[in-house]
Design a protein around this ligand. Structure first.
Ligand SMILES: Nc1ncnc2c1ncn2[C@@H]1O[C@H](COP(=O)(O)OP(=O)(O)OP(=O)(O)O)[C@@H](O)[C@H]1O
Ligand SMILES: [Mg+2]
Length: 266
């Protein structure tokens, strides 16, 4: 049995959420990591790729109010709030690094926490839907989250995020540290969620697999975008490879004309 059912997901909030990021800058104290980023996160599945230190974590932190940001960020035309709790209320859910489950609580309790904003009856309804979308979690409802494998915990983290019925789901490296089969399932889930109407913004290191399931992609390098476009085109471009090899071998390599063209072509 797969971790998710092979039919459209039930959970999800206002469909077709659209996040627009214009001139986003953010960093730590005086150290600016992200400089003047422009992202158009349309309904569907958007992936942000980039080598270590590119600023992927910083981007998700800035969008979720965990660090201060400059620039204009709108969700469906409304300014995205600055504070995390208000961002959540605006319909944004984040599956952050390390999953952040409560290890001493059961799967069921962790899932319920994902629906803390909604009334009890609605929470129960969503819980039932979570068990429909993620059937294996029903069998594991009473297991302590901390005793699950990494991949299983990632499933719980995604299901918990979906319990808030988000319009926009942000996923931080869902495949990190997982076996290939589990990676496929997680990326399959991300795709399924996007197909069901919840917009997904995913950060991933697994370039090949991420681009295979995504609609669009951005490549971030040293805090700036060096390429963007339809996932199929990015997968074929040399830009993606350059971004990674560039980081591994020659950090000072300037953005190539190829990369500049790829960005301009979007
Ligand atoms: N709390 C912090 N204080 C100061 N600098 C930070 C802090 N967190 C990250 N940085 C710096 O910001 C830059 C971007 O880091 P970030 O974690 O966003 O990259 P990343 O793309 O997520 O990398 P990785 O793939 O390794 O997770 C790095 O130079 C990093 O050293
Ligand atoms: Mg990171």
């Amino acid at each position: 049995m797969m971790w998710y059912r092979d039919t459209p997901f039930v959970l999800g909030g206002a469909p077709q959420a659209h996040l627009k990021v214009q001139g986003l800058s953010a960093g730590y104290g005086a150290f600016l990591v992200l400089r003047d980023l422009h992202l158009d996160v349309r309904p569907g599945l958007t992936v942000v790729l980039g080598p270590n230190g590119a600023g992927k974590t910083t981007l998700l932190k800035a969008l979720n109010g965990l660090i201060r940001r400059q620039g204009v960020v709108t969700l469906d035309g409304q300014d995205l709030p600055e504070k995390t709790d208000r961002i959540v209320k605006a319909g944004v859910a984040l599956v952050a690094e390390g999953r952040q489950l409560f290890p001493q609580m059961t799967v069921l309790e962790n899932l319920e926490l994902g629906g803390w904003l909604c009334p009890k009856a609605e929470r129960a309804r969503r819980l039932e839907q979570a068990f429909v979308d993620f059937p294996k979690l029903r069998d594991r409802a009473q297991q302590l989250a901390g005793t699950m494998s990494g991949g299983e915990q990632q499933m719980v983290a995604v299901a918990r995020a979906m319990m808030s019925s988000p319009g926009l789901l942000m996923l931080y490296e869902p495949s990190l540290g997982l076996a290939p089969r589990m990676v496929d399932e997680l990326l399959g889930i991300a795709r399924r969620i996007a197909d069901s109407g919840t917009t997904v913004l995913m950060v991933e290191q697994n370039v090949k697999k991420a681009l295979a399931v995504a609609d669009r992609g951005y490549v971030l390098e040293r805090g700036a975008l060096v390429a963007s476009g339809p996932a199929k085109l990015l997968a074929r471009s040399t830009v993606v490879r350059e971004a990674y090899l560039g980081a591994a071998t020659a950090p000072s390599t300037p953005v190539s004309p190829t990369a500049a063209r790829a960005t301009a072509a979007v």
